[in-house]
Every structure is written in C-alpha cells, then in structure tokens.
Design a protein around this ligand. Structure first.
Ligand code: FES
Length: 102
C-alpha cells in the first residue's frame, strides 16, 4: 500500500508500495524518527507512531504487548501504535501516520 509518514520535523515522506510493516517500510525508506532497534519484536518502542484519526478504525488499537512498551514512552496518545506491529496490507492503502521519534 501507499503510506505517508510525517516525520517529527514535519516533513512528509510518501512510500509507494510499502511492504512488511510500518517499521520495516520506514527503515527501508530512511524515514527519520523510526529506528526499529529491536528488529520488530515489540521491545524497543523506537517505531512509535500516531495513526491519523481517519485511519484508527482500520489500523486498530495497540495490543497489550504494545501498551506495555508504550507505558514508558513520551507522547503516548489513544492512537499510538508501534509501527512494527502494524502489518501493511492492501486495506491500508493511503494510510497516514505521524512519527513520534524520541
Ligand atoms: Fe522495536 Fe517496534 S521496532 S518495538
């Protein structure tokens, strides 16, 4: 799917044909603010994003494991997700997320 990342600096990075999950696609495309330090196993929170309000229903809420990681992060909102836990499917074509960064 096509995914738009808004970086912490406010730049828009559009990734056409994003693959994998929100973290891997961001790392592959050098989106600043998403590091993916743990390799995508929900244990670092360097892939924290805010899902655009128009997309929260489709993307769904953070899982319990994500909430456990996010507990210690700044800038956590109801629409917070860990990018590595959001699998990219064609359903999410057009998705917009804001990168929280650290
Ligand atoms: Fe570490 Fe997502 S990459 S929690």
């Amino acid at each position: 799917p096509k995914v738009t990342y808004i970086t912490p600096a406010g730049d828009e990075v559009v990734v056409e044909n994003a693959e994998g999950n929100l973290m891997t696609a961001a790392v592959e495309n050098q989106v600043t603010g998403i590091d993916g330090d743990c390799g995508g196993v929900c244990s670092c929170a360097t892939c924290h994003v805010h899902v655009d309000p128009a997309w929260t229903d489709k993307v769904g809420p953070a899982t319990e494991a994500e909430q456990g990681m996010l507990e210690f992060e700044d800038g956590v909102e109801d629409n917070s997700r860990l990018g590595c836990q959001v699998k990219l499917t064609s359903e999410l074509d057009g998705l917009v997320v804001r990168v929280v960064g650290r």
